[in-house]
Design a protein around this ligand. Structure first.
Ligand code: ADP
Length: 496
């Protein structure tokens, strides 16, 4: 449908068309074009008007235009005329007119002033277009959508009725708790949460301007009982209207999802808070525990040095155990401190070359590798990722030292490989060691969890907990699988 062009009154010349041409165009136009004087008396009536309203020119010229206007819209007409006489033009005014046979038709009006030879406004020219077809299409669409399980609302994007709901289906009335009569005629701004209204207004303006044809939005609508309900909607302009006049919104209630999201967010915040508190506790406790521990081993040393000769063999062995256990406890506290510092003292993230971090870890472990006669093999390439270099070095160091520590009688064989899977890098550290007992694969990543005694394999049980925290801080996952031949394959992912 083209934009109705307000007719140029006969007598005025514009461009190359002379007044006769113009008059012919007006006469034969499909649109109903009529002019009226300042007193609303019809002065011209074209064939389009005859077709639309059913009156001939003879019947109407000289009559008042009020004949065509439904009684309840007479006031509206006066307002339009007043605007035009003040020099304004009106484009796309949706209203109703009465035909000769008494039936009513929906029309879209355009109106503009007619200037006399002296430049004064002498009358009004209006052009009307029958919009029954559009209304029928809307009605049919609405009927088809009536039974739909999602809310559907057709609303106006025209300036004169911007955002006004024109048709809604029953699911829409159920969602918002209003009757159809109440809802149709309400504006989107009336039911939209103030915080969402401005955002939606911009989107609707874009639809009206033709700069976008559809949008998706999550917003809060007010239920009739005053509650705000979250709705998700997709909105698109009705096809075949140029410029766009109406849009259709498909609406679903997403309150439940939003509630879960909010709860999850709260849980996450709580977890973060308790993690932070735990870190703080671990940090303070570690510091405070260290002091008596240092004193304890100092007294044990003094006892051995100054009074060792009065102790028998067994007494000296006990003292040795005391000092050994104090040392172990100090290592545990240091590891716990390291664990808490992973969050609180994290360096700023930067680009980290994993291959470089592996290399640094291997150099640090060189004496142990040599002592164990371990064979280390690197397969594939390790990428660069975003994160903390020191933490990735620590991750490799912990996994590699375990791979060497938990060995069988034969020399350890360790391979490190990297591969890209779905936008993440999967790193595997595989050994030919003692393997993990089935069913214990998860617990070994917990704080202070160990599967072996100090006599068999020394350690604090913090190494893998630190690994897990490092990987998860970087958005990845860590787990262990059984390697072919009985060893372990520790795997972790990092987003690339
Ligand atoms: P630690 O090495 O200090 O004991 P970790 O947290 O590094 O603590 O490891 C926890 C437990 O997981 C270890 O005590 C050990 O039982 C098991 N484990 C870790 N790495 C390996 C491995 N490569 N092979 C077999 N068992 C392992």
């Amino acid at each position: 449908m083209g934009e109705p062009t307000p007719p140029v009154p006969a007598g005025e010349e514009r461009g190359p068309l002379d007044s006769e041409h113009l008059a012919a165009i007006v006469r034969s136009s499909d649109d109903a074009i009529l002019s009226k004087d300042r007193n609303a008396i019809i002065t011209s009536w074209n064939q389009g008007a005859e077709r639309l309203y059913g009156y001939t020119a003879d019947e109407m010229v000289g009559q008042s235009v009020a004949l065509l206007i439904p009684p309840e819209r007479q006031g509206e007409e006066l307002e339009i005329v007043a605007k035009i006489l003040a020099g304004e033009r009106i484009e796309h005014y949706e209203t109703e007119r009465v035909r000769k046979d008494g039936t009513r038709i929906p029309v879209s009006l355009a109106a503009s002033p007619i200037h006399g030879a002296d430049g004064k406004i002498v009358g009004v020219s209006t052009q009307a277009r029958d919009t029954s077809a559009t209304h029928l299409a809307l009605l049919q669409a609405a009927q088809q959508l009536e039974g739909a399980p999602i809310g559907i609302a057709v609303f106006s994007v025209r300036p004169d009725s911007f955002g006004q709901l024109e048709q809604v289906n029953s699911e829409m009335t159920r969602l918002l708790g209003y009757t159809r009569e109440e809802l149709e005629g309400m504006s989107h701004a009336e039911i939209t949460h103030p915080d969402d209204a401005a955002r939606e207004r911009v989107l609707i303006e874009d639809l009206a301007a033709g700069t976008r044809t559809a949008y998706g939005l999550e917003k809060r609508d007010r239920h009739k009982d005053g509650r705000w309900i979250w709705v998700g909607m997709t909105v698109s302009v009705l096809e075949g209207e140029d410029p766009p006049r109406s849009a259709v919104a498909h609406v679903i209630d997403i309150s439940e999802r939003k509630r879960t999201e909010t709860e999850l967010e709260l849980t996450r915040q709580n977890l973060e808070r308790s993690n932070a508190e735990l870190d703080q506790f671990a940090y303070v406790a570690s510091h405070d525990l260290k002091e008596p521990l240092i004193l304890l081993s100092a007294y044990a040393r003094m006892l051995e040095e100054r009074h060792g000769d009065v102790l028998d063999e067994e007494g000296r062995t006990f003292l040795g155990h005391m000092r050994e256990e104090s040392r172990r406890m100090k290592t545990m506290i240091d590891d716990l401190l390291d664990y808490s510092r992973l969050e609180t003292r994290a360096e700023a993230a930067c680009r980290v070359d994993l291959a470089e971090m592996l290399d640094t870890a291997l150099r640090t472990l060189a004496p142990r590798i040599e002592e164990a006669g371990a064979k280390i093999e690197i397969q594939g390439t390790l990428p660069a990722v975003e994160g903390s270099p020191a933490q990735f070095e620590r991750l490799f160091r912990n996994l590699l030292s375990n791979a060497i520590k938990f060995r069988r009688d034969e020399p350890p064989q360790v391979s490190i490989s990297g591969e890209s899977v779905d936008g993440a890098c999967v790193v595997t550290v595989r050994d030919n060691g003692i393997g993990i007992d089935p069913g214990k694969e998860r617990q070994i990543f917990d704080v202070f969890q160990r599967l072996h005694s100090q006599e068999d394999y020394g350690g604090t049980g913090m190494g893998l907990a630190i690994c897990k925290r490092i990987v998860e801080r970087h958005g990845g996952r860590i787990w262990v699988e059984r390697a072919p031949g009985g060893g372990s394959a520790f795997k972790f992912t990092v987003p690339e």
